[in-house]
Write a protein that binds this ligand. Sequence first.
Ligand code: FAD
Length: 569
Amino acid sequence: AGFSTAALLLTAASGGGVVAYADSSRPEEASGPPQQQDAPRKKKVVVLGTGWGGTSFLKNLDCSRYDVKVISPRNYFAFTPLLPSVTCGTVEARSIVEPIRKMFEKKKKDVSYYEAECFKIDATKKAVHCRSAVGTNLDGNGDFEVDYDYLVVALGATVNTFNTPGVMEHCYFLKEVEDAQKIRKSVLDCFEKASLPNISEEEKRKILHFVVIGGGPTGVEFTAELHDFLVEDLVKIYPAIQEFVKITIIQSGEHILNTFDERIATFAETKFQRDGIEVNTGFRVTKVADDSITVKSKSSGGEILVPYGMAVWSAGIGTRPVITDFMNQVGQAKRRVLATNEWLRVRECDGVYAIGDCASISQRKIMDDISSIFKVADKDNSGTVTLKEISDILEDICIRYPQVELYMKSMHMRGIADLIGSAVGDAHKESMVVDIEEFKKALSHVDSQVKTVPATAQVASQQGYYLADCFNKMDHCKEHPEGPLRLSRSGGDHHNFRPFRYKHLGQFAPLGGEQAAAELPGDWVSMGHSTQWLWYSVYASKQVSWRTRVLVVFDWTRRFIFGRDSSRI
Ligand code: FAD
């Protein structure tokens, strides 16, 4: 109960959405050019990317206030959580995409879309350099420049091969809709190839060996889809070769689904073993050749050659070249993603915001802030603070860093959170003195344990929503600078907006055979057939339009009645 009180207290103090604050150092004043009263032109907002972050920002932005330009080589939004289902034809590719121009039909006079790729961000000139994705423009080279007052970078990530030789040449990836379509064709290719005459049994076994490298949610979901496709559809169509089919997952960690609750990881491993899927954990892929994969055991160091017919690489995400180039420009070289402050503005960079997979809130800043808050709390340099002060410190930290709040709810911190929770409202306990060093020791886990928010659609879309809300309220803040209380009591660095807070709504892992696992808010874990139905309803409801919702539900129904389509078109 104590912990709940503390959590409630922290949550209540941090609030939900974006609130205007009294101080005058607003994000736009620090980041944008001064408003010219005699030239009330709309400020130019350029959005790079039409994925989860970009579209969520655009959907929530009051586009009539700005001159909005959207640049992306993809003229559609893709519902990535259903990409694994596209690889096997459970849903069709067109059912999970929505054209960008259609999504912003109602805002079309305020939003321009260019189908192009940005290859350079010039933060000094406040311009982005782009190359048309649909051939050349009138000048003949297809390149053009777009200037901005505010830039929203939502470029996502690319695949990460960790420079493993042969991966780029021989593996399939599962990042884009085209990737899913390629996989679907390739699976069927393997079956047709293995059915040809004069193919030895050994050769058949190799061709029908499907290897998935990476046991994270994407790899696991694809494996489950592939297994369902094989046992529900393909074995009926190719009965003569079914005995040669094998699926293997190679995972470098100790467990698959290692970002999920342990119970889910164990459930998934047991289910896969029961289904005949080989789960090889503790192995790292060191090389991929056209007919074999070299795998190294992390414990013994020994290497094994694994013959395969098709391999899918889903072992991590990397940085897009345009982001690497930009990070070099703004003094963030050597990082994997752009570091932003809690208001999602790229650090030390005017008017540039970054959301989604290409950004993260700087970790170093968290620890610096925690230390500075302690210094402020210990006004008399006694090396001690009261429980009440600690409660306030935590409130401050959790408002700024949602990761810390998640961490506070974890087992490591439960004792201390209980202690603080029980003290709140009790004057005697509140005045109890605690040694700062002792408390810091308890918090020292934060450094190693608090991870930046994960690279998921949930985060990208919440960040897009939050940032649009800030943009919508900029004018209001100018007109009403007398907002409620300041956010920070650590001195300086005051803002008009509450920092971004990530609200984790849980995560799903479909495991095939009409079973799924889910981690839901409140440490609630659910697994089995009923969870699969929950998955169906959540994913149907999360579709971005009624058109895709109807198409996806229709595809599921078609699959239930007729099975998946195995034509290789
Ligand atoms: P993206 O959605 O990748 O969007 C990036 C955009 O930038 C795209 O429109 C792209 O075309 C555009 N772009 C790229 N390069 C350029 C350029 N040079 N110039 C201009 N535009 C460019 N997350 C979940 O929360 N739940 C799930 O179940 C889930 N399942 C997933 C399954 C799969 C198979 C995959 C691949 C991902 C899944 N994710 C899931 C993760 C989720 O898709 C990403 O975290 C999310 O897409 C990140 O959003 P984003 O806006 O940062 O990037």
